[in-house]
Design a protein around this ligand. Structure first.
Ligand SMILES: [Zn+2]
Length: 76
């Protein structure tokens, strides 16, 4: 799994609807990628703050910015 796939699956992961195989790949990526770990941590904090998954707040624009951020992190 790469960072882009993880970002796409994070909502399913937090909702607990990720298939078992994807769940394992998701957590394997988290163990080796501090950026996605931090991203998940922030998503989880948002979820707890709102009491639900803010699906409509994750617009394509926001997702695009996140993916750009991942790419720039990887360049460092
Ligand atoms: Zn990652």
């Amino acid at each position: 799994m790469d960072c882009i796939e993880l970002v796409e699956l994070v909502t399913d992961y937090l909702e607990g609807t990720l298939p078992h195989a994807d769940h394992n790949r998701f957590e394997a990526h988290l163990r080796e990628c501090p950026y996605c770990y931090e991203y998940l941590r922030q998503m989880r904090a948002t979820l707890f703050a709102l009491g639900r998954i803010p699906a409509e707040s994750v617009s394509p624009t926001v997702q695009e910015r996140l993916l750009l951020a991942f790419r720039s992190w990887r360049r460092d």
